[in-house]
Design a protein around this ligand. Structure first.
Ligand SMILES: Cc1cc2nc3c(=O)[nH]c(=O)nc-3n(C[C@H](O)[C@H](O)[C@H](O)COP(=O)(O)O)c2cc1C
Length: 280
């Protein structure tokens, strides 16, 4: 199978998932690329993707696919079983059941996962003085992502249809781990440092930030704690204080490496799909 276009679908408030999908696509040597960035908005209506190799990426929140990402990714369908590459980004703690969940989600939407990966990105809660996976994905991660992309293409070129690949197996359990109960909290603004430029309002994926009497305020009920506003504020006027930062820094500073998974070539499935074609 050869694909002219690679389609990228991602939700990535702090850009680590986006960086990895671009590096994978680059490794694939795509002739053309198209993208659906669902970070700021969900698509208006269901979108169909049918003849393109599709990379689908989301961050891990609490060992699961970030809920807002999952909701938005469910707007994409593939009626004719386009091959897909589910990818999760996690902040060096663990990805638990998130990759399995993303693979299941894209399968339910009609895609066929042909390879999958878990990469590491700087933790959303990483802070100066208490770094967690600071600066990741780094050069080595991006090289590994490109190598992953190259290998996917090499493997797909060896088969004539996705049906000749066996079901993809990845690390993770079903039933997935229970979601932790929601604890509404949001970053705060230092009003002396804030210039009211409004950039935080623009980058917030859930429209949780608004102006109140001239000051910027985050609604804890809408905030998903992604920390896009904290990392992107040009004045460093936004902070999110959580005890998790110190815990993560203390316990999860040892470098973890990306993990990749491929579905295997299955000769018996080639024979049965050839037989089905002959019968038609
Ligand atoms: C609410 C929340 C929960 C998170 N939970 C986890 C987790 O369970 N394990 C982990 O290693 N990282 C976790 N992270 C870190 C993100 O997965 C990581 O920073 C990721 O690279 C962010 O992706 P993005 O840059 O595409 O937004 C969490 C981040 C947030 C905001």
């Amino acid at each position: 199978m050869r694909y002219r276009n690679v389609h990228l679908i991602y939700f990535s408030p702090t850009h680590t998932s986006a960086k990895i999908v671009y590096a994978i696509a680059e490794g694939m040597g795509a002739i053309s690329m198209s993208e659906s960035d669902v970070t700021r908005e969900a698509p208006d209506s269901e979108e169909h993707i049918d003849d393109e190799l599709t990379i689908i990426a989301a961050p891990v929140y609490g060992g699961r696919v970030a809920e807002t990402a999952a909701e938005r990714l469910r707007m994409f369908r593939s009626t004719y079983h386009a091959p897909a590459v589910p990818v999760v980004l996690y902040g060096n703690r663990d990805y638990e059941d998130a990759l399995r969940e993303l693979c299941d989600l894209v399968s339910e939407q009609g895609f066929v996962p042909v390879a999958a990966a878990a990469f590491i990105g700087e933790h959303s809660f990483s802070r100066e003085g208490m770094p967690v996976a600071e600066g990741r994905p780094d050069e080595s991660d991006l090289e590994q992502a490109a190598a992953f992309g190259r290998k996917i293409i090499e493997r797909l070129e060896q088969v004539s249809c996705v049906e000749s690949l066996s079901a993809l197996e990845v690390r993770g359990h079903f039933p997935y781990r229970e979601k932790s109960p929601s604890t509404p909290q949001a970053p705060v603004t230092d009003n002396d440092a804030c210039t009211r430029c409004g950039y935080c309002v623009e980058v917030c994926p859930t429209h949780a930030i608004s102006s109140r009497d001239g000051d910027l305020y985050s609604d804890p009920e809408l905030c998903i704690k992604c920390c896009a506003c904290v990392k992107e504020c040009p004045e460093g006027a936004r902070t999110f204080d959580t005890p998790y930062t110190a815990m993560l820094h203390k316990n999860f500073s040892a470098r973890r490496e990306p993990e990749v998974f491929f579905s295997r070539f299955n000769p018996s499935r080639v024979r049965s799909s050839e037989a089905e074609t002959k019968q038609r």
